[in-house]
Design a protein around this ligand. Structure first.
Ligand code: CO
Length: 464
């Protein structure tokens, strides 16, 4: 056996996003960047996800500058980012011109590998960013959004992986943002995808339900090539398994590992101080470290369960929890089994709650659900039944094209809007993605009298 297992380090992106709501400033990273570069990682995940928004909104940092700084210190190891296909770093579809420009600039500023996914696994939503990344010389890792349902079978995911291979992916990630991928399924999934595709497979999960190391081990036994881990100070719980522990145990089992564990230990000491500071200042809620097996029991991500509980509490309807919980899978089936990931998990949860509390299913429907049924998010895994469609949008006809086909180019207009503060195309793109936050950030930078202060810390965690 003794195949080689490679590691992607998440402490600079998903690890800190999952545990401290992405509030780690570049100053905490700087002292360790050269060591991280020399530790033997396949890649460092450093950008995308919530890092961009957090830089502008809370840290008064230019996200592009952060990327360039990291690149200047990490000369050999690949830098990776997370991208939501046509949504880029947000939850709405952008015009193709913005997607192309953003992807190109990400690569120009230092990104090597783009992990690209779509919340519905609609590959049409990946095409523009995949092509843009390839055109700019980037490496594309297409990510399968893992979820559990009657239709999300091994066969479904395998055909998705082959579709991604045909679309030009250089590698495939199985992205389990809810931490619900069990070891047995991981084994079958990796083995079957390996048989069907000729690409490296990378696994991404979260330790929320307490099974992540087992899942990785079984995936590795089935032939997975790369795993996502986080250095111990920000590992486990809602984050990934600890890099050091995985490296040591896999190496003892005979797998070839490139990581230098003494170096990892040295880096971890630095980040342990960073973590302790966050704990002391209240920026790390110990709840993120709790084991939460409910996600496995109810097949509903932990974050969605806690959202439902707090929504019901606010409405004084906590006694309806079990009814709402039972309604969730019904709503999901009605809507064509969308993966339970942000923002769809929140949307399905809200609709289930409204169906129960209103007393009549779909008598109250939020705009987001209507747009979803109109096809504005993309194609659901299974076609929505006509009677459900009619209940939600009446006689309106859903679109059948790729949603972004209906969006006109936007960049020219945005360039004009922010001309007063933007010094570069990167500034314009910050504004395109997060208009208010970017305007405030750029305004503070360019105008000494700009009077909107940096937002106070307000911790809410969105795992991705
Ligand atoms: Co994640």
């Amino acid at each position: 056996m003794a195949n080689k297992i490679q590691f992607m380090e998440t402490i600079l992106r998903d690890g800190q996003q999952s545990q401290i709501a992405t509030r780690m400033p570049i100053d905490d990273m700087l002292p360790m960047l050269e060591d991280l570069d020399a530790a033997g990682y396949y890649a460092l995940e450093v950008w995308g996800g919530a890092t961009f928004d957090s830089c502008l909104r809370y840290l008064n940092e230019d996200p592009w500058e952060r990327l360039r700084t990291i690149r200047a210190h990490v000369k050999n190891t690949k830098l990776q980012m997370l991208l939501r296909g046509q949504n880029l770093l947000g939850y709405r579809n952008y015009a193709d011109d913005i997607v192309r420009a953003f992807v190109k600039k990400s690569i120009e500023n230092g990104i090597d590998v783009l992990r690209i996914f779509d919340a519905l696994n609609d590959t049409r939503n990946l095409t523009t960013s995949i092509k843009a990344a390839k055109d700019a010389g980037g490496e594309v890792q297409a990510a399968i959004c893992y979820t559990t349902s009657d239709v999300h079978t091994i066969r479904y995911f395998v055909s998705l992986a082959t579709e991604m291979e045909r679309a030009g992916a250089d590698s495939i990630a199985i992205k389990d943002m809810a931490g619900v991928l069990t070891p047995d399924v991981a084994y079958d999934l990796v083995r079957e995808i390996k048989q069907a595709c000729d690409l490296p497979i990378q696994l991404h999960t979260h330790g929320t339900a307490g099974i992540a190391q087992m899942t990785y081990l079984k995936a590795i036994e089935a032939g997975a090539d790369i795993i996502d881990t986080c250095l111990s100070p920000f590992a486990e719980g809602t984050s990934q398994p600890a890099t050091e522990s995985m490296a040591i145990s896999l190496s003892r089992m005979g797998y070839e590992i490139d990581l230098d564990v003494d170096k990892l230990d040295h880096i971890a000491e630095h980040f342990a101080h960073v973590r302790d500071r966050f704990i002391a200042e209240g920026g790390l809620n110990p709840k993120v470290l709790e084991v939460e097996p409910k996600a496995l029991l109810y097949k509903v991500p932990g974050g969605m369960l806690s959202n439902l509980i707090s929504n019901l509490e606010e409405l004084g309807a906590s006694d309806r929890y079990n009814e709402v919980l039972a309604e969730v899978p019904r709503v999901r089936a009605d809507l064509g089994y969308p993966p339970l990931v942000t923002p769809l998990s929140q949307m399905v949860g809200t609709q289930a709650l409204m169906n129960v509390l209103s007393g009549e299913r779909y008598s109250v429907v939020p705009k987001e659900i209507k747009d979803y049924v109109r096809g504005m998010y993309g194609r659901p895994p299974v076609k929505i039944r006509h009677e459900i469609q009619e209940l939600i949008i009446g006689e309106e006809k859903p679109i059948t094209c790729r949603p972004a086909d209906l969006i006109l180019p936007q960049l020219g207009e945005l360039r004009k809007e922010i001309a007063c503060y933007a010094r570069s195309e990167e500034d314009v793109l910050s504004y395109a993605l997060f208009p208010e936050q970017a305007r405030d950030f750029l305004g503070r930078r360019e105008d000494p009298f700009y009077d909107v202060p940096v937002q106070e810390v307000e911790v809410s965690i969105d795992v991705a």
